[in-house]
Design a binder for this molecule. Sequence first.
Ligand SMILES: [Zn+2]
Length: 200
Amino acid sequence: MLVPMDLYSLVQRKGYLSPEMAIGWKIGTYVEECFDDLSEVGVAAVSDDDATLALLHLIQRHGYPGQIVVPESARPWDFLFYHLTTGTQLSFTLIKKRIELPQEIRELEPELCAHNHEELERYQASLDFLVKSILREPVTSFSFIRQTRCRRLQTQNEEEQLVHCHHCGSLIPLGKAWDLEGDICCLSCAGLEPVWGIYH
Ligand SMILES: [Zn+2]
């Protein structure tokens, strides 16, 4: 299998290439192209798995310290990127049936062992096929991408005036309000991770 050079060094280090690693790498390189690089990008992922590992590998490759937020509560996406310079948010939701092994192959998992050559080979071939298709196909073949714009509300008002969040109605200081596609809202309704609020 032809593995991209950047990903290859991670595969060498870990000793395997999983579908999650391929997913993280594909999404990371897609985002890197959108924003030119990953230095000014906040990254969050719902699970701390091989995909997160591949993302971290991409970020750190250029010497950035790299930090990926893994929230403790549920989120409406699998990966979220926030470009600090432009206020662009890109969220990715994985399409489960495109990133999973077929049912009959998954059923082999409990039986897999070194003595069971035929099944092991079938399983490996299916896994290779899945990884290859993730690497070859565009990101949109296995995930939904959503783009929104959100920036700190620009205000001349020095006083701590309160405003209502357009989405949840909570009262927030004007100086802490966000502009989400033209709506005034709180950090949480803007869809940002709390730690990113301090960057602005
Ligand atoms: Zn709100």
